[in-house]
Design a protein around this ligand. Structure first.
Ligand code: TYD
Length: 208
């Protein structure tokens, strides 16, 4: 079993599930409570993450395995880079909140590459908390199509693909280690109510 990072909180969900909004709201709640917090996301803003986003926007084409490797390289950098990396931030006694982590690779890249291959690329420490925004595929696609200033759908934003991602998340979350706290929240609830449930979880575990 890999190491568990207690004060590392990860949001997961389909494209359009609302993870970005909820990650930011939680980071703000920590700021307001004057609890040191580092808010972050994957794919990251690093050169590797930026390259990944070019593939997601379909400006470049590669193989599923090369893309899975790039997601993993971005994650390795995200964890271990000096100062702004997750490990350094945690060791400076900050709570780290991330919009997506390795469960996204397990759910998305496994479809084309197979679970074992993706898992072997992602032998990284696990977070203490996973908050899964469970949103039906139809709602996600409706939200994605309604976003202003985007150039159409990205690589994985297709109904059949997202249905399979959702099934994969179920399998992954049914096999989590006991010491990881996983909270599933209905992603169709009003965003204030979702935030309230996240805050309640943080209070229950004395992080807030
Ligand atoms: P994200 O930026 O969260 O999407 P958006 O902000 O447009 O909702 O994620 C980008 C896409 O990358 C999304 O389709 C999920 C996918 N992804 C993977 O396939 N594997 C991964 O490891 C990660 C982190 C993201």
């Amino acid at each position: 079993m890999s190491e568990i990072l207690d004060r590392f909180i990860v949001f997961e969900g389909l494209d359009g599930a609302g993870t970005t909004t909820q990650m930011k709201e939680l980071a703000e709640a920590f700021d307001k409570a004057q609890i040191p917090c580092h808010a972050t996301f994957e794919p990251t803003g690093s050169p590797i993450g930026s390259l990944v986003r070019e593939y997601l926007r379909k400006e470049k084409v590669t193989t599923p395995l090369a893309l899975a490797m790039l997601f993993a390289a971005d994650r390795e950098d995200h964890l271990h880079r000096p100062i702004t990396g997750i490990i350094d931030q945690l060791s400076q006694h900050r709570v780290v909140v991330s919009d997506r982590y390795l469960y996204s690779s397990l759910a998305y890249q496994s479809i084309d590459c197979g679970f074992d291959v993706v898992q072997s690329l992602n032998n990284f420490p696990e977070p203490g908390f996973i908050i899964y925004l469970d949103t039906p595929v139809e709602d996600c696609l409706y939200r994605i199509d309604g976003r202003p200033n985007t150039n159409g759908r990205e690589l994985f934003e297709r109904q059949e693909f997202l249905n399979r991602v959702r099934d994969n998340y179920e399998v992954i979350f049914s096999q989590l280690h006991d010491s990881i706290v996983m909270l599933r929240i209905d992603g169709t609830l009003p965003k204030e109510l979702i935030h309230a449930k996240v805050i309640e979880l943080m209070r229950t575990h004395s992080l807030l």
